[in-house]
Ligand binder design. Structure first.
Ligand code: 57M
Length: 359
């Protein structure tokens, strides 16, 4: 909105030219989203407490979590409000990619919201069934895939990290590939969201990394120089990533150990999906496995644990999955696990960024 209202005035006040620049709008999208979370956060947390949206803590989990019982959840609503408001304010709303990432994020958030609402507000022990949730996520992700597929400028070629001359064209199967990336990312973040700040920290790092990838992919000269896929219009997605990173920082203010609020499925499903959609739009799809490597590590730990558990009729690889519980049960204090996992996320993001040159 700021872009649409103020930039046209540059003919009268030349200073308004600044609203044209993606870099400027990305920074302000981040600051705006942060401020919304920071200022509205205490009110949202109070309201969630009044509504008694308090987390139920499983008795079979680590004992250190019992004291978290009653912590308000569904704080993801705050993140979604901040990201949406800030993107609408600072992004070019004539850009289809902005609408694709924003609507996919909101729709996945709605699925998470219904799940949380049924569990927390209606106090039903089960939210949405796992299958129900999966098919709803898949429907949203297929919608995003189809939208991009029908976009005349969007290529269905997949970027293979490290290999600049290998870029297979998936054709219509790109729609299925999109769904796989979005649903996978959405669920991976959901599994990771089990310690204070554990999911939102790496999410901020991923958003920051894709902010750079979006800018680079949408800049014809830089994309050509780095020999990466040029995606006309994708630069605008940097504004969305800025909003995501800013909202994430604002949420982390309250979710930092000891957390005053959890994000709930409304946060984890939507933010994971946002990450997946941004990876698709910027044509750095497979690289998400590295940028979001921490989420992959958590998911693989669950797959290994469940697989091994079933094969051996009850034996385990880890003390408990996802892997963050394993370290907690080994005696690492929660903040140590969290900060060490953040360190891993930063290192993976740096490694991923190096692929811009290592090709
Ligand atoms: C949700 N959610 C947290 C909060 C958050 C297949 C299986 C591995 C699935 C997995 C699972 O259900 N994962 C998804 C993880 C829960 O947090 C809520 O859920 C939202 C995200 N969806 O926003 O609302 C708990 O996590 C803790 N938490 C924090 N700080 C935060 O900022 O401390 C969350 C956010 C909260 C709080 O304690 O209550 C969760 O863990 O439930 N299941 C598991 O993760 C369970 N693992 C398991 O059963 N492992 C077995 C299997 C694989 C064989 C094993 O290893 O033996 C564990 N989860 C819990 N207790 N709580 C184990 C037991």
């Amino acid at each position: 909105m700021v872009y649409h209202l103020l930039y046209p005035l540059h003919t009268v006040f030349s200073a308004f030219n600044v609203f044209r620049y993606i870099t400027f709008r990305t920074i302000y999208a981040g600051l705006t989203a942060f401020l919304i979370c920071f200022l509205v956060g205490p009110w949202v947390i109070r309201r969630l407490r009044e509504l008694q949206v308090g987390q139920f803590i499983r008795e079979d989990g680590p004992e250190t979590h019992f004291k978290k019982s009653g912590t308000p959840t569904m704080g993801g609503v705050l993140i979604l409000i901040a990201v949406t408001a800030s993107t609408l304010l600072w992004a070019n709303l004539a850009n289809l990619y902005i609408w694709t990432v924003l609507l996919t994020t909101i729709c996945l958030g709605l699925i998470g919201f219904v799940d949380d609402y049924r569990k927390q507000v209606k106090k039903r022990s089960k939210g949405l069934g796992a299958r129900e949730k999966f098919w709803l996520q898949t429907a949203v992700a297929l919608g995003a895939g189809l939208t991009l597929y029908l976009h005349p400028d969007f290529s269905t070629r997949v970027t293979v990290p490290f290999l600049k001359n290998v870029s297979p064209d998936l054709g219509w199967a790109y729609i299925l590939f999109t769904a796989l990336v979005i649903v996978g990312a959405s669920n991976a973040v959901n599994l990771t969201d089990g310690l204070d700040g554990l999911a939102i920290g790496p999410l901020i790092i991923v958003a920051g990394t894709y902010m750079i990838f979006a800018y680079v992919a949408g800049h014809v000269k830089i994309a050509e120089y780095l020999q990466i896929n040029y995606v006309p219009g994708a630069g605008e997605v940097a504004v969305f990533c800025g909003a995501l990173a800013g909202a994430g920082l604002g949420f982390l203010w309250f979710n930092a150990y000891p957390a005053q609020v959890f994000m709930g499925d409304v946060g984890s499903l939507s933010l994971g999906g946002a990450m997946g959609t941004v990876a698709i739009v910027t044509k750095q799809e497979i690289l998400l496995v590295l940028v979001g490597g921490l989420f992959v590590m958590e998911t693989v730990s669950v797959m290994l644990q469940v697989g091994f558990f079933k094969l051996t009729h009850g034996r385990r690889i880890f003390r408990m999955a996802p892997i963050h519980h394993h370290f907690e049960l080994k005696g690492w204090p929660e903040p140590k696990v969290i900060v060490r996992f953040w360190i891993i996320a930063v290192l993976l993001a740096l490694l991923a960024m190096s692929t811009l040159k290592l090709r």
